[in-house]
Unconditional design. Structure first.
Length: 254
C-alpha cells in the first residue's frame, strides 16, 4: 500500500519503520565475530639465580692477608725472644727449647695461610688474582723462608728426640739457622711496615659496608685460628720441655 512504512521481519518478529535490512543480510560482508581471546601465556619454569661462589670464612683474599700478617707479627716477637736466648744459650737452653717448640704452631699456621693463597691464585680464583702476587724477589724468597723455618724447627725437634750431638742434627740446625736468618732479614724488612695496618684493621671495631663487611665478618675465625695455633704450640712445648734436661750445661752450641 502506497505511503505505508515497509515492514521487515526482524529476529524477534516483524518491525515497523525498518527500511534497512538487518546486519546479517547486508550483502556479502557479514559481521565478523569477535576474536577469540588468546590464551594467556603460561610462564615458563623460573630460572634459578646463579649460586654465588662461597667466600672464605676468614674473609677472602684480604682476610687471608690479615691472617698471614697477624701470624707474622706473633712469629716476629717469638723469634726475637728466641734469638735473645742464643746470646746466652748455655744458661737459657731450656727457654730456648721451650720457645722453639712453641713456635711450631704459629709457623704451621702462617705456612698454611701462605700456601692457601698460593693455591687459590694459581687455580684462578678471581679475588686472589686481583690481589696479585708478591714482588718477584719476594716470590723467590718465600720458599726459602718457609723451607729454612721448617728446617730450623725440624732439626731442633730431632735434637730433642736424639739427645745427642754425635749425629748430623746439630750441624744441620746451625746451617738452617744461618740460611734462615739471612732470608728472614730481607723478608721482615719488606713486610714489617705493613703489619700495623693489617693488625689495626682487625683490632678496630669499625663496621664496613659491602666487601669490607665480609672481611670483618671473618675476623673471629682469623683470631680463633691464631689462638688455636698458639695453644697447640704451648701444648707441644709443655709436653716436651723435659727433653731439654740432657742438654743442660752442654757447650757444643757455641
Amino acid at each position: 500500500m502506497a505511503g505505508s512504512p515497509r515492514r521487515t521481519l526482524g529476529p524477534y518478529g516483524p518491525r515497523d519503520g525498518d527500511d534497512e535490512p538487518p546486519a546479517q543480510a547486508r550483502g556479502p560482508y557479514r559481521a565478523r565475530p569477535a576474536a577469540a581471546a588468546r590464551p594467556e601465556s603460561r610462564p615458563g619454569p623460573a630460572r634459578r639465580a646463579p649460586i654465588p661462589a662461597r667466600s672464605d670464612r676468614t674473609g677472602g683474599a684480604e682476610g687471608n692477608e690479615r691472617l698471614t700478617g697477624a701470624a707474622g707479627a706473633v712469629l716476629l716477637v717469638l723469634f726475637a725472644v728466641e734469638g735473645f736466648t742464643i746470646l746466652s744459650i748455655h744458661q737459657l737452653i731450656t727457654l730456648h727449647f721451650f720457645l722453639g717448640m712453641l713456635l711450631i704452631g704459629p709457623v704451621l699456621l702462617k705456612a698454611a695461610s701462605v700456601c692457601y693463597r698460593f693455591f687459590r691464585y694459581y687455580t684462578g680464583a678471581l679475588e686472589y688474582r686481583r690481589k696479585g702476587p708478591p714482588a718477584p724477589l719476594l716470590r723467590l724468597l718465600g720458599p726459602v723462608v718457609l723451607g729454612t723455618s721448617l728446617g730450623v724447627l725440624g732439626t731442633g725437634v730431632m735434637l730433642a728426640v736424639d739427645q745427642s750431638a754425635a749425629g748430623p742434627w746439630l750441624f744441620l740446625h746451625k746451617a738452617c739457622f744461618v740460611l734462615w736468618f739471612g732470608a728472614m732479614t730481607v723478608h721482615v724488612l719488606a713486610y714489617v711496615w705493613r703489619l700495623p695496618g693489617l693488625i689495626g684493621a682487625d683490632l678496630t671495631g669499625h663496621r664496613g659496608v659491602g666487601r669490607a663487611r665480609q672481611v670483618l665478618a671473618g675476623r673471629g675465625a682469623r683470631w680463633l685460628l691464631l689462638a688455636a695455633s698458639l695453644l697447640a704450640g704451648l701444648v707441644i712445648a709443655l709436653s716436651t720441655v723435659h727433653l731439654a734436661a740432657p742438654w743442660q750445661g752442654f757447650h757444643a752450641f757455641g
